[in-house]
Write a new protein. Structure first.
Length: 414
């Protein structure tokens, strides 16, 4: 390559080194780097992180916005029409647009600001995949499938994801077990919260890089697909936003969107830059700038696919089989006592209780308590009490099934 650039490998008369030798010496002495890795949208070829010098190998770039700005939908009528029709509530649209604005503008500045993972949840024909392929991908310069890395099937190679601004799971794989779901959640949390990641390209030595791209989940709202959502525990609470989308029944044919990336998207980007998001979706003191809102519809579907919901159904079945006198007052007992009751109730179908220990039951009962109005409460105890935690269960709205159909006084064999 140096020869093509015009450097001769012949030393001049009286010289010991050729121009090619001198060029290579300069490269080795003054342009040495500690590694090569992608640093998305950075404006320089060389960047320094942690006192180490890297060659920036990133080739992604954002789409340039249009030079003029109009009103909402003025120069992008189809995009505006989509987003006016597919969000279940107006605040979900504003939440998505604010998330996208922060992402796009920080990329334009050359230093990506950290941001939450985005989950778009809804039925078919709600333009989840369309948003990824027609808006996010062309606007931000590409995306990578995150499914294999999230599930641990990528063999430790992470280059595809970290060379892309978007790590996408487009409803491709479901979490077949609680363990797999926890694995997905841990990877998503790690990608969002950690500033440094292991960049490993095949046949190359791994190195550490900074990555502040975005994780995007496009999920159907059925019980199988929704299991890809991470558990929304306290440690995950600020790292996710989720919008609920609805089907657009009379949507136009797909052909009308064929060239939308060139005809409308630059104008949409110009509008995004000029738009001021409403304060209700902003979190000016938070690390990610956007309020970590999880749509109520998404929360409910997550709950309906959870073990806590299954426990709630079992409690209702058990309560319906109790005698009339037993249903008049709350049942108070420890998780072990409640587990015994459920074991007796489902003695004829023990598979329904398989894998449920008193520890698991206690955790899920506390989850039901935290949701409120589900008939499960914690019995208050003094600060110095050594008694085991007890729960109160009272479900007066559950329809009885006549007389008790099992011996509630007989303890099951553990």
């Amino acid at each position: 390559m140096l020869k093509v650039r015009g450097f001769s490998d012949r030393a001049a008369k009286g010289q010991t080194a050729s121009p090619l030798d001198r060029a290579k010496h300069t490269i080795l002495k003054h342009r040495r780097v500690d590694g090569a890795a992608p640093f998305l949208y950075h404006k320089n070829d060389i960047f320094v992180r942690g006192g180490r010098k890297f060659l920036n190998t990133s080739t992604v770039s954002i789409m340039e916005p249009a030079s003029s700005v109009g009103a909402w939908g003025q120069h992008f009528p189809l995009i505006a029409q989509v987003y006016d029709n597919v969000f279940a509530k107006p605040i979900y649209r504003d939440l998505f647009l604010a998330w996208f604005k922060r992402f796009y503008e920080s990329a334009e500045e050359g230093e990506l600001a950290p941001g939450q993972a985005l989950a778009m949840v809804g039925p078919i024909h709600c333009y989840k995949s369309w948003t990824i392929h027609k808006v996010l991908k062309p606007a931000m310069g590409g995306f990578a499938d995150f499914s294999s890395m999230a599930s641990g099937d990528a063999g430790g190679f992470t280059a595809d994801v970290f060379e892309s601004p978007l790590a996408v799971i487009d409803d491709a794989r479901g979490a077949s077990s609680e363990e797999k779901r926890n694995q997905y959640a841990a990877q998503i949390k790690k990608l969002v919260a950690n500033p440094v990641h292991a960049y490993h390209k095949k046949f190359e030595t791994p190195t550490e890089i900074s990555w502040s791209g975005r994780v995007v989940l496009a999920l159907n709202d059925d019980p199988f697909s929704i299991r890809l959502m991470p558990n929304l525990e306290i440690s995950n609470a600020d790292k996710m936003i989720a919008v609920y989308m609805k089907s657009w029944e009379d949507h136009p044919p797909s052909e009308v969107f064929k060239n939308i990336e060139t005809t409308e998207l630059p104008h949409f980007l110009a509008w995004i830059k000029a738009w001021n998001p409403p304060k209700e979706v902003l979190d000016e003191r938070g690390r990610y700038g956007i309020r970590p809102i999880i749509a109520e519809e998404v929360q409910e579907r997550i709950f309906q696919s959870s073990l806590a919901y299954s426990i709630q159904e079992k409690l209702a079945e058990w309560w319906a089989r109790r005698t009339a006198s037993e249903r008049k007052t709350p049942f108070v007992g420890t998780a072990s006592a409640i587990l015994d009751e459920l074991g007796n109730c489902f003695r004829s179908s023990p598979e329904q209780m398989r894998g449920i220990t008193h520890t698991i039951l206690s955790a899920r009962l506390r989850e039901l308590v935290s949701r409120g109005d589900l008939g499960v409460d914690v019995v208050k105890r003094g600060p110095k009490s050594k008694k085991s935690l007890q729960f109160s269960i009272f479900l007066p709205w559950v329809e009885p099934k006549g007389d008790v159909t099992y011996d509630s006084t007989e303890k099951s064999v553990s």
